[in-house]
Ligand binder design. Structure first.
Ligand SMILES: Cc1ncc(COP(=O)(O)O)c(C=O)c1O
Length: 456
């Protein structure tokens, strides 16, 4: 398969996912992937462009339902990654019914016309956000939602610069790779969006501030005070991939600093909103409100691409410019998906359920950490958890090979998740998961650690 000859020698590739060109991947291909899947993977590699982190693919799937994806030989994986689209699980029956009905009615909304379901979705979204956030603009994907948020911030503040975090991710299009902090998306891209000031994130377990969030806040204020052309501070409320959770105090103070310097706070909650943290929106955990909120991924229920920004009434003053203008802007299908997702989260009381499962996960993962010396740190909220592996708890050296071995061992046993930053196992199950499925996943994880790690 093309690309197999590339040795993995570039640490910058260890940012988001597992590296797909290692020896472990080769062994996985040889020993675990069936002939039919191999054939499809080969054809996939022939026709699709290759890119870091997603090709060659792991396996070929034929169905997704509830908490599971199923490969073409019938093997099922509990999907603890799901590209963060599966808050209500895959192929939720209510969503399938609603979309099937919608297909019989209105399938597309030509520009300059509106439609009932798009308006209903926007009204529902506004009813769930704080009173200050009451204007919506829809986009087909998260990157374009962030792009619109940046354009809006420029138009509102008349300032073009933006602060973002190193190591952040806000999408893959050329405008937003300019504000994202992961270099793998900017490599060979030449000059990207001008006016971006990146600051170190307030990460707790390692990093230049060694967990001292005050230093990160000082840095933020330092930059804000030096440059009066900064109009926006763009951040993920919680860093999704390696699960970095700032404190409530951090967010309260960062919010105050934005207000003090007349800078709009744009919160990118594209992967982590819609109940993932036990609240409908992650910022609700921190007692703050953004000026612009970006949503996406799970909004489309894992079927339709759908994203949105929600912002303030007073910023809706740009009749003369087009902030979005995407072809599928008021998509009836996307809107029906999003409306249904919001309803399902409420009807199935997923927020309450996530809080209960959070408590269960906290205890279960702390137990694993006590048991296995490989686990340096466990952090999480709701049903978003990161397990950071280290070869030595004192030096915190990243256990990269071990993380990969554990991931493949779990895959063999039917648990799929992503490894982030080379050594963080990221667990992001559907919120509709059952207790039995969660217990089963943790048993698989425990078994994998048992195989590769000495007991602490
Ligand atoms: C935090 C964050 N922002 C933005 C995006 C971009 O969303 P999309 O892939 O829908 O453009 C992603 C996608 O992974 C993301 O994780």
């Amino acid at each position: 398969m093309q690309g197999d000859h590339n040795a993995i020698s570039h640490p910058e590739q260890l940012v988001e996912g597992d590296i797909n060109l290692t020896k472990a991947r080769q062994q996985w291909m040889e020993n675990e992937v069936g002939e039919q899947a191999k054939d499809l993977l080969y054809r996939d590699a022939q026709c699709f462009m290759h890119q870091a982190m997603s090709t060659p693919c792991l396996d070929a799937i034929k169905s997704c339902k509830g908490s599971y994806i199923e490969n073409i030989s019938g093997k099922r994986y509990l999907d603890f990654h799901g590209n963060n689209v599966h808050q209500i699980g895959f192929s939720h029956p209510k969503l399938l019914n609603r979309l099937t009905e919608q297909l019989q009615q209105l399938t597309f909304s030509t520009r300059r016309y509106t439609n009932e379901v798009a308006v209903q979705f926007a009204e529902k979204l506004i009813s769930l956000t704080p009173n200050s956030l009451n204007k919506v603009l829809l986009t087909p994907n998260g990157s374009s939602a962030v792009g619109i948020a940046l354009k809006l911030a420029r138009a509102v503040t008349k300032k073009h610069k933006v602060i973002s975090f190193w190591d952040s991710f806000h999408g893959a299009s050329l405008d937003v790779v300019g504000v994202s902090g992961e270099s793998i998306f900017r490599e060979h891209m030449g000059p990207v969006m001008a006016g971006v000031e990146r600051i170190p994130p307030p990460i707790t377990y390692r990093g230049i501030f060694e967990g001292d969030e005050n230093k990160a806040l000082e840095y933020l204020e330092f930059v804000l005070s030096k440059d009066n052309q900064i109009g926006a501070f763009l951040a993920e409320t919680i860093r999704n991939t390696d699960v970095q959770i700032p404190s409530k105090k951090f967010w309260e103070e960062a919010r105050c600093l934005c207000s003090k310097y007349g800078v709009l706070l744009i919160l990118d909650e594209i992967p982590i909103a819609l109940g993932r943290t036990g609240k409908m929106f992650a910022f609700e955990n921190f007692g703050i409100e953004p000026d612009i909120l970006c949503l996406g991924k799970g909004l489309g229920g894992g079927i339709m691409p759908q994203a949105a920004i929600v912002t303030k009434f007073e910023y809706d003053v740009f009749n003369e410019i087009s902030l979005g203008h995407y072809t599928h802007e008021k998509s009836p299908m996307g809107s029906m998906a999003a409306l249904t997702v919001l309803e399902v989260i409420q009807e199935e009381e997923l927020l309450e359920k996530v809080k209960q499962f959070e408590a269960y996960m906290r205890v279960a993962l702390a137990k694993l950490q006590r048991k296995y010396s490989l686990i340096g740190d466990v952090r999480g909220m709701g049903l978003l958890w990161g397990i950071e592996l280290v070869t030595n708890r004192k030096t915190k050296e990243k256990a990269i090979t071990e993380a990969e071995e554990i991931m493949y061992e779990c895959l063999k046993k039917g648990l799929s998740f992503k490894v982030s930053k080379g050594n963080v196992l990221q667990l992001s199950p559907p919120l509709t998961i059952t207790k039995e499925e969660l217990e089963h996943a943790l048993a698989i994880l425990n078994g994998a650690f048992l195989k590769f790690n000495t007991i602490a």
